[in-house]
Design a protein around this ligand. Sequence first.
Ligand SMILES: [Zn+2]
Length: 226
Amino acid sequence: MSFEKIKPTNFDLFATVFYPSSCFCCRTDTNMCVYVCDQCAEKLNKLKTKRTKTVSYYGNSFTIHSVFYYKDEASAAVKMLKFTFSPDGAKAMGDYIAEKASRLKTQDFDLVAAVPMTVKKVVIRGYNQAELIGKQVSRYYKIPFNRKCLKKLRETKPQHTLSGIERRINIRNAYAATADVKGKHILLVDDVATTGATLCECATTLLNAGARRVTLMTFAATKYSN
Ligand SMILES: [Zn+2]
């Protein structure tokens, strides 16, 4: 599918009267419904990844496609979205992911899903940033965003506090998928991938529940394997 930017809706345009548009990396004011300033767009361009992250996870190998290396403007944007509710920032990330997805060989996605948080965590934070990103990506493909097909069953320790192997143990069997995923090609998105353990565990859960295929994509990622 060729990539075409989604035009802002009348609602989006109206909303800028109350919430002026700003850059999702540096918060500078931008034109109506533009979510990245020219300077950051240029800097982000230099952070684009050319490789994928391949993770071997409990006997299976998964490929993670990420748009940017997790540093500078890209990491600023991820942190901003994690700590401040900004649907516009999520839209910008969704746009970048969709643009990258449009260049993948196989794009017969049936639905978009996001790495879930526990209900308790969503209540504390007020939103799940991966979900906001996923909703935007689903608009490009005109396919459903399904927030219920994958859920997190228990609270886990923050992954960044753990070593590689501890992360796998921490997240193992922490998710469950519903029958909605049977036979489907799922595009699973998240904001950032570090070791990839969370995404691989989610993909394993979806495949075990009968998903036909899972494509993993994130806005940013650390370390690349090939
Ligand atoms: Zn900026």
